[in-house]
Design a protein. Sequence first.
Length: 332
Amino acid sequence: MKQSPRLDPAERAELARLLPPPGDPELSRIRHRLLKDAFLQQVAEPRTGWSGRRFTLLAAPLAAAVLVAAIIGVAVLHGRTGGGTTTGADSRVAVAVGDATGVAPLMDRVAAVAGREPSVPLGRDEYVYVRSRVAWLMLAGEPSSGQQEIGATNSVLDEVHDREIWLPAARGDEGLIRERGETFGLSGAEPNSTYAELPTDPAELLERIYAETRGQDSGPDTAAFGFLGDALRESLLPPPVAAAIYRAAARIPGVVLVADSVDAQGRHGVAVARTREDGERLEWIFDPVTFEYLGERSYLVRDTPLGKAGMLTGTTAVLQRGVVAGKGVLPR
């Protein structure tokens, strides 16, 4: 049998240089969401006979107050629609320059407002209800995907649509989602207690999150910011916990302030954001006057294999939160 000729180290190095670089073994937040959604679509038990989908989807010093006022002014100058309903999501957004110095003053102001909110009691057998408007990046060709092309060869941005979710207060109970006219159960749903029982001291909270998310995502800061975003999105938080989340977020490296952002309902607000290593920025949007949490927006800040800079990858708007006695029950 004829043997292949042996290569010397220099020849091996040259051949290695010609090969394409290995792919990133860490899934991006977008791709992780798509894979998780596809899995849950297969295992979910529909309540109405249809197959369902799940999208995983809350007093400053004088100097800080002056800075916040300036931020509000910039946001208003950029334009504010005040709440017009959108029927779809724009495919591209302007990539704004972030300001790291404005994050702590804004988060202090948001935390102060959140901390003064009345506490809403939640019983062991009750459910947290959240109604929102959402749109996520989806694989092209999926039956429920929208028709709006967004610069990627294999992905489209879904149309903005209504979403209702019922999450159990404690672990062990099944949740429920109503979306696109379909209703289906959520086995193993993350209970509200996961977030409601977080520490109320920002330093302790951040230490715990870094410990619990170690080895996850593409880096510790990315994983921590993502965890806090999950806590805000679909939950009902005690005021001290919400305040701690905002103050903890300001301590994560890479978090910046974005003067103007728009949620899925068309409401303009000021945002805090962080960009993942893969180029996707996640923004938490707040009303520039009341500092209420409005929703999220995510998009690419640079050209990537997924798409061009400015490509919108997700948008949400929280419209209602409340406590109900059971799954499928609406707040009064």
